[in-house]
Design a binder for this molecule. Structure first.
Ligand SMILES: *Cc1c(COP(=O)(O)O)cnc(C)c1O
Length: 422
C-alpha cells in the first residue's frame, strides 16, 4: 500500500501500469455507450460478463442439442454431476471444506431452506438478531419464518441499530445485544457485508462471542455482498451456515445461481429437519426411484431439484477466473483501489457529502456509500449522463464499487473528477 496517494492523474496511471491483475480487465465485456467504455462501478449489484461465459454455456447447449437426455451422463460435463464441478472453487471463496458447500437454487430460496433447518425456535429461545434495515429480501424471509413457527415478528426479531449519530454498527454493541438476549436468541442472521453501508462485519468475533454465550445460538450469514469481495474462513470461524448469490461480485449473470455453506459439524446430523428432493439423495440410489430419503453427507444433501445447468455453466466460467486471480491478490488490489477512491473523494472541492462506509479497510470491501447532503439525485444523474454507472439508493445515497477484477485506478480518478465537478 503506498504511503500516500496523490491527486495527480499520472499517479493513477502509474498504479495501473504496475497492477499485477491489470490483464484481467480484458477478460470482461465492458459496457459501452456511443462506442465509449462506461465507467462501471456497479459490480456490487450486477457483475460484468466474462468473455468466457458464452463458451461455457454453449458447451451445454451443444451437448443438449446433440445428446438430448443422454447429456445427463454422457455430456462433456455430465449434468448428473454438474454441481460437483463448482464445489471446490466455491468452497475456496468462503474458506470452507468442499463438503460444506453446494451451489444450487437462488439466494433467498436458500436462505429460507437453511432457516428451515437452522432456525429451530422453542418457547424460551425463539428470537432472531438481524441488522436494522437488512436487505428487504432477508427481512421478509426472516419475518415469515418467524410467523411460520407461530411467533410475532415484532416480538421475535431484534434489530441491531447503530448508535445515535453513527451509520454503522460497532462489534462491541452487537456483542452487547447478543449478551443481553443470550437466553432467548435462537438465531443470529446478518449480512457479511451490509448492502447499504458497505460495512464488513467481524464475522469471526461475532460468531465466537455468540457461541461463548450459548451453544444453542445458531449463527448464519447472508454473504451476497461478501462473496468474491472479501476473504473469509467460514469453517474455522465456526459459522453454522451461510448463503450467497453469484451475480454480484461473482459475475455469473442476472438471476444467477447461489452458493450454500453448512458447517461440517452439521454434515451428518439427520435430526435437522430439511426440505428435500431427489438431488439431495445419495447419488448411488438417486435414479433408482426408491422409497426412503438417504441424504448425501454435507451441504449436497440439502439439494432438492436437479441442477440448473445454464446458470451453473455461467458461474463455472466466473469461478475459473477467481481461481486464477486468487482472493488474496484481489483483496490486496481492492484495498488500494477503494482507499484511492476514498482519498480522492475527501481531497477534492466538493464537501457536501459524507462517506458512511467505515474508514477502516478491515471493515469494508470495495464499496463506498456516499451520503449526499443536498441535490444527491441531480449529482447522480449528471454522473450517469457522463458515462458513470453507479447505484442510487433513496433518499440520498450513491453506492460506488470499484472492483479489482475489471476496474482501474484511472477510472477511479475519472469518477472523482466528475463527482467533484458534477
Ligand atoms: C442481492 C441480495 C439479495 C437478493 O436475493 P435473490 O434471492 O438473489 O433475489 C438478498 N439478500 C441480500 C443481502 C442481497 O444483497
Amino acid at each position: 500500500m503506498p504511503e500516500t496517494y496523490s491527486t495527480d492523474k499520472s499517479f493513477a496511471l502509474q498504479l495501473d501500469a504496475t497492477d499485477p491483475l491489470k490483464h484481467f480487465r480484458e477478460r470482461f465485456h465492458i459496457p459501452t455507450q456511443n462506442n465509449q467504455e462506461l465507467i462501471y462501478f456497479c459490480g456490487n449489484s450486477l457483475g460484468l460478463q466474462p468473455k468466457s461465459t458464452r463458451a461455457y454455456i454453449e458447451q451445454e447447449l451443444t451437448d443438449w442439442q446433440h445428446l438430448g437426455v443422454e447429456g445427463h451422463l454422457h455430456g462433456k460435463n455430465p449434468w448428473f454431476y454438474y454441481h460437483h464441478f463448482l464445489t471446490e472453487s466455491a468452497a475456496r471463496l468462503v474458506g470452507a471444506l468442499p463438503k460444506e458447500v453446494v451451489v444450487m437454487n437462488a439466494l433467498t430460496v436458500n436462505l429460507n431452506l437453511l432457516m428451515i433447518s437452522f432456525y429451530r425456535p422453542t418457547p424460551k429461545r425463539y428470537k432472531v438478531i438481524m441488522e436494522y434495515m437488512a436487505f428487504p429480501s432477508d427481512q421478509y424471509a426472516v419475518e415469515n419464518q418467524v410467523k411460520f413457527h407461530g411467533y410475532d415478528p415484532f416480538d421475535a426479531i431484534i434489530e441491531l441499530t447503530p448508535r445515535e449519530g453513527e451509520a454503522t454498527l460497532r462489534t462491541e454493541d452487537i456483542q452487547a445485544v447478543i449478551a443481553q438476549h443470550q437466553n432467548e436468541v435462537a438465531l443470529i442472521m446478518l449480512g457479511g457485508v451490509n448492502y447499504y453501508t458497505g460495512q464488513l462485519f467481524d464475522m469471526e468475533a461475532i460468531t465466537r462471542f455468540a457461541k461463548q454465550c450459548s451453544n444453542d445460538i445458531v449463527v448464519g450469514f447472508d454473504l451476497a455482498h461478501a462473496a468474491g469481495n472479501v476473504t473469509m474462513q467460514l469453517h474455522d470461524w465456526d459459522v453454522d451456515f451461510a448463503c450467497w448469490c453469484s451475480y454480484k461480485y461473482l459475475n455469473s449473470g442476472p438471476g444467477g445461481t447461489s452458493g450454500v455453506f453448512i458447517h461440517e459439524k452439521h454434515a451428518q446430523n439427520q435430526s435437522l429437519p430439511r426440505l428435500s428432493g431427489w438431488w439431495g439423495n445419495d447419488e448411488k440410489t438417486r435414479f433408482k426411484m426408491q422409497k426412503g430419503f438417504i441424504p448425501q453427507e454435507g451441504a449436497a444433501g440439502w439439494q432438492m431439484s436437479n441442477a440448473q445447468i445454464l446458470p451453473m455453466a455461467a458461474h463455472r466460467a466466473s469461478l475459473a477466473i477467481f481461481d486464477e486471480a486468487g482472493m488474496e491478490a484481489l483483496v490486496h488490489k481492492s484495498k488500494l483501489l477503494t482507499g484511492y477512491l476514498e482519498f480522492l473523494l475527501l481531497n477534492g472541492k466538493r464537501k457536501d457529502f459524507s462517506i458512511i462506509t467505515p474508514a477502516d479497510p478491515a471493515q469494508r470491501g470495495c464499496q463506498l456509500s456516499i451520503v449526499m447532503q443536498q441535490n444527491g439525485k441531480a449529482v447522480f444523474d449528471t454522473l450517469t449522463q457522463q458515462g458513470i454507472i453507479a447505484d442510487w439508493r433513496e433518499p440520498d445515497v450513491i453506492r460506488v464499487a470499484p472492483v479489482p477484477l475489471y476496474n482501474t485506478f484511472e477510472e477511479v480518478w475519472h469518477f472523482a473528477d466528475r463527482f467533484h465537478s458534477a
